[in-house]
Design a protein around this ligand. Structure first.
Ligand SMILES: [Mn+2]
Length: 426
């Protein structure tokens, strides 16, 4: 399944008129306020979000999983799906692989396919939250933090292998998320667990190539429900500092307790140059992994406001690696990802509209109402015509979901791959 430039052109013809009216209105309004529309479009166009290989099929809950026909079952098919997203949006130019789920059989062929689709390989992700076939020891009681030396040694070796696979693909970073923790008080010694984790991470870090980064993800609970070894950004930050310059904290939006002020975490990490990666999703209760922007779009905007400020004012913080990390349980995963890309870029574009100088001035004057007005003026602007213009300028679609449906992408994928139910093998 490939989407051609001609198909996109034809699609855009059908959307041109309605887009034109909306764009003219918005661009005249913004230019009147002294905002350079062309500059904002360039920034939106440059923003690329990685798609994780595991988000292309239907997700599940601990109660069950409802398959989606036409899901990819091979790495090549996963690349093909990201290729579709990138062709439509021109903002999904990379794929993040999960090892061992996505170990390439033929590196040359996979790299060639990625190149043809205009994709690069983003962070590689290690997996020590489940036992692998033929593994010598179990991760039932932890991996990098385990009291059992054999489990730690196996988990360190796995992460080192993930780095070596990533090197062959041209990845430049590894993301470590640990499920390690305890279900009951007394089960582990907190201090020992964090000490073991630190030592294990040092060993993985020692294997990191010079131009690589290591992202340390945190999460307060689940799969363990009493304690998690890397439970919050402070613990991740401490471990990243202990490892060295190439280690960073990774913020996953769903990995916080309800009502946590994530934008403040972002600001603090960027001030110290330690925000390395970012995972997008949304939640109502916990790590719900819902479509980003579907529940708390204003919070997403406030987070982007800090990200934009940080990118402009904290040069020692590298540009964070952006990735969608959601679970698509009832929607077509590709449509869900298109909605996610739209929500991310929408929040980013709105944050770019914030009048930073005026905000500083209002803060100096201690004009609370003025400060809120500035933020909300940006948030209340419908920036979707800017996103459409940026996409079209890059060779993508004015309206990706419309194009996806009009081109009957899912039916074609089902035709090509058959009505194979990946989860149950039916
Ligand atoms: Mn994540």
């Amino acid at each position: 399944m490939r989407i051609t430039a001609e198909q996109i052109q034809k699609e855009n013809e059908s959307q041109k008129e309605i887009h034109g009216f909306a764009f003219d209105y918005l661009s005249n309004t913004l230019e009147c306020q002294g905002i350079s529309v062309a500059a904002i479009i360039e920034q939106i166009k440059a923003f690329q979000v990685a798609i994780p290989s595991w988000a292309l099929g239907a997700g599940g809950t601990r109660f069950g999983r409802f398959s989606f026909y036409g899901e990819p079952s091979t790495l090549s098919q996963k690349l093909e799906d990201v290729g579709v997203l990138h062709a439509l949006t021109k903002s999904a130019g990379s794929i993040s692989l999960h090892i061992p789920w996505d170990v390439p059989e033929d590196y040359t062929a996979i790299k060639e396919q990625a190149k043809t689709l205009g994709l690069v390989f983003d962070a590689v992700n290690s997996n020590t939250f489940q036992d692998q076939k033929g593994a010598k020891t179990s991760y039932k009681f932890g991996s990098l933090s385990s009291i059992d030396e054999a489990s730690r040694v196996q988990a360190i070796a796995h992460n080192q292998e993930v780095i070596s696979i990533g090197k062959k693909l041209g990845s430049k970073s590894i993301t470590v998320w640990l499920a390690d923790g305890a279900n009951f008080p007394g089960q582990v010694n907190f201090q020992t667990a964090i000490q073991q984790t630190e030592k294990s991470l040092h060993q993985i870090y020692a294997d990191l190539p010079k131009d690589w980064k290591m992202f340390i993800e945190y999460k307060p609970f689940e799969p363990n429900f009493y304690s998690t070894v890397i439970q919050d950004w402070g613990t991740s930050f401490m471990l990243a500092n202990s490892c060295g310059k190439k280690a960073y904290t990774l913020v996953d939006l769903g990995h916080h307790l309800p009502n946590t002020n994530i934008e403040q975490i972002v600001a603090t990490l960027m001030l110290r140059g330690k925000l390395g990666g970012f995972h997008f999703n949304d939640s109502k209760y916990g790590d719900d992994d819902l479509t980003v922007g579907s529940i708390k779009p204003y919070a997403l905007f406030l987070i982007f406001n800090e990200l934009v400020y940080g990118m402009a004012n904290n040069p020692e913080n590298p540009s964070p690696a952006w990735m969608i990390d959601a679970s698509h349980n009832i929607k077509d995963p590709l449509e869900d990802l298109l909605q996610s890309l739209e929500a991310i870029l929408e929040a980013y574009a709105k944050a770019l509209l914030v009048d930073q100088l005026a905000l500083r001035e209002s803060q100096k004057q201690q004009d609370v109402v003025g400060c809120q007005e500035i933020l909300q003026a940006a948030y209340r602007t419908d920036v979707r015509p800017l996103l459409a213009a940026a996409r079209a300028k890059a060779g993508g679609c004015l309206n990706p979901i419309h194009a996806y449906r009009n081109l009957a992408v899912r039916s074609k994928l089902i035709q090509e791959r058959g009505k194979h139910n990946v989860a149950s093998g039916l």
